[in-house]
Design a protein around this ligand. Structure first.
Ligand code: VIB
Length: 222
């Protein structure tokens, strides 16, 4: 007992690294990613974010304390006010207008990941739901760190994806990531080994669905 968030990543170490260091991320960092792949990712990520906002609303519904309700509200606000706003702006810069976003077909990888998270939240409790959400929030924070720590990364005007990296390295985003890790550390400290194994399975499943999401971007798959 006395688990922490780090024990979840350690329990699926290879999948976690495959997610953080995926070819999509490497190419984005090196500025070698095909622009069509990035555009495809941006479109599907818009659909993804809409469903993730629903997942934070579900977290509010599943909350039993005012503190948890506030935490869910913060998550929902972060997606609606920060992430989705920036995202619609990004899409505009990349030639994808709001009308196009409204009528997008949903790729199977988007459906699989978002519905997995929502289903995990419905059948489980608030901790199951937050563990299913963690690869997204904590993972993108670690991805920004990893991108900045590697030799081949190109930053600034030379990289058309620089603004994307800047979004996830921002203080605001990194603070939200740390708050989520702290929330999970506090909850995981109290779970039994058997419960931890269940949660580790949810975390690994969600991490693998993040890997599929990157791959969907590279393949421009629907
Ligand atoms: C596939 C995919 N996974 C993770 C994120 C990152 N993200 C989405 S919602 C959210 C919570 C805070 O607003 C974060 C960090 C993404 N954009 N797309």
């Amino acid at each position: 007992m006395g688990y922490r968030f780090k024990d979840l990543t350690a329990a699926c170490h290879d999948d976690w690294r495959a997610y953080l260091e995926h070819d999509f991320v490497r190419q984005l960092a090196d500025a070698t990613l095909e622009q069509e792949a990035f555009r495809h990712y941006l479109k599907q990520d818009y659909l993804f974010l809409v469903h993730f906002a629903r997942a934070y609303a579900l977290a509010a519904y599943k909350s039993r304390s005012l503190a948890d309700l506030r935490h869910a509200h913060e998550g929902l606000k972060a997606i609606l006010d920060l992430e989705l706003g920036l995202h619609v702006g990004f899409c505009r810069d990349w030639g994808i207008g709001e009308e196009e976003l409204d009528g997008l077909p949903e790729a199977r990888a988007t459906m699989a990941y978002t519905r997995y998270v929502l289903d995990t939240g419905h059948r489980g409790d608030l901790l199951d739901l937050h563990v299913a959400l963690a690869p997204c929030l904590v993972g993108y924070g670690e991805i920004a760190d990893w991108i900045n720590g590697r030799a081949g990364t190109l930053r600034g005007d030379a990289n058309p994806y620089d603004a994307w990296i800047a979004m996830y390295e921002s203080d605001e985003f990194q603070a939200a990531r740390r708050a989520e890790e702290a929330w999970l550390d506090a909850r995981l400290a109290e779970v039994t080994p058997r419960r931890f194994e269940e949660l580790a399975t949810v975390f690994r499943d969600a991490t693998r669905l993040e890997i599929d999401f990157w791959q969907m971007g590279l393949d421009c798959a629907l």
